[in-house]
Design a protein around this ligand. Structure first.
Ligand SMILES: [Zn+2]
Length: 119
């Protein structure tokens, strides 16, 4: 992927799920082009359906993750955001956040910087 800026984990998974729905519809649409070749159309339809079913599973997974996510107020933009794990980025301003005081300004900053440098 070209976009390597640090993103909030929940947002990232949500984007992935949305992309799956989109891909599913594209696959099904391609299937319609081959509607004269029945078996080929069927394969595309099944793949498209699987993709959409999988995205539903991912959405369900996000729901589960959200209940475990810690809700905090971002120190940068002062909006409520949810974070997963010890380090995550703000959903609104992509400010790097950490729950672990010992990591503050250390390890996470380094990975954040190297991710930016590769751009
Ligand atoms: Zn923020």
């Amino acid at each position: 992927m070209a976009d390597i800026t640090y993103k909030n984990k929940i947002n990232r998974i949500r984007t992935f799920a949305l992309a799956l729905v989109f891909i599913g519809f594209v696959i099904m649409y391609v299937g319609l082009i081959f509607k004269d070749i029945e078996w080929l159309m069927l394969i595309f339809m099944v793949l498209g359906t699987l993709s959409i079913v999988f995205s539903t599973v991912v959405y369900f997974w996000i729901g589960l993750l959200s209940t475990r996510a810690v809700q905090i107020i971002c120190p940068n933009c002062e909006k409520p955001t949810k974070m997963l794990g010890r380090v995550d980025a703000c959903m609104h301003c992509k400010e790097p956040l950490t729950l672990d005081k010992s990591l503050e300004g250390k390890e996470f900053d380094e990975s954040y910087n190297s991710k930016r440098k590769r751009r």
